[in-house]
Design a protein around this ligand. Structure first.
Ligand code: ZN
Length: 149
């Protein structure tokens, strides 16, 4: 029965494999060929399940690592971002510069997504995440002239 890539799932598979070993030992290592085939099939299945659970667990760990990195970026940027017009900008010495970030995504889920110019429109910027549209005039690119970036 497949689990969800938790440590408990891995341990359950390994315990099953260990039980197979105990059965072989309890039989005094003397088994009929058919019984031995069945136990080896159980053992192989348990090892395959453990490998699958470990693979799932690795995915879980990688997803958490990515989330930790993202949360760290959020912390770093939090004190460094400033709202101006309808967007958020990185700042240097308190002065916003560069491309605007989507205010909806930042305020709602602390995601930093740059706004893009809408195709065939110079007046509208769009967020690639939430698809909200912003007036370009209220979300300009701010030159970093004079700022040491
Ligand atoms: Zn957005």
């Amino acid at each position: 029965m497949p689990g969800q890539g938790t440590v408990e799932d891995v341990v359950r598979c390994l315990n099953f494999a260990q039980d197979v070993g105990k059965q072989i030992k309890a039989a005094g290592y003397q088994l009929e060929k058919a019984d031995m085939k069945m136990l080896l099939a159980d053992l192989t299945a348990a090892v395959a399940s453990a490998k699958m659970e470990l693979s799932l667990l690795q995915g879980v760990c990688e997803a958490r690592d990515a989330e930790l990195i993202r949360m760290n970026e959020v912390l770093v940027f939090k004190g460094n971002l400033r709202r101006r017009g309808d967007g958020y900008y990185k700042t240097l010495d308190g002065r916003p510069y560069g491309q605007p970030y989507c205010s909806y995504c930042w305020e709602g889920s602390q995601k930093l997504l740059h706004l893009h110019s809408k195709i065939l429109s110079r007046d509208v910027r769009v967020c690639p995440g939430c698809k909200n549209e912003y007036q370009a005039a209220r979300t300009p690119y701010l030159e970093a002239d004079g700022l040491m970036v």
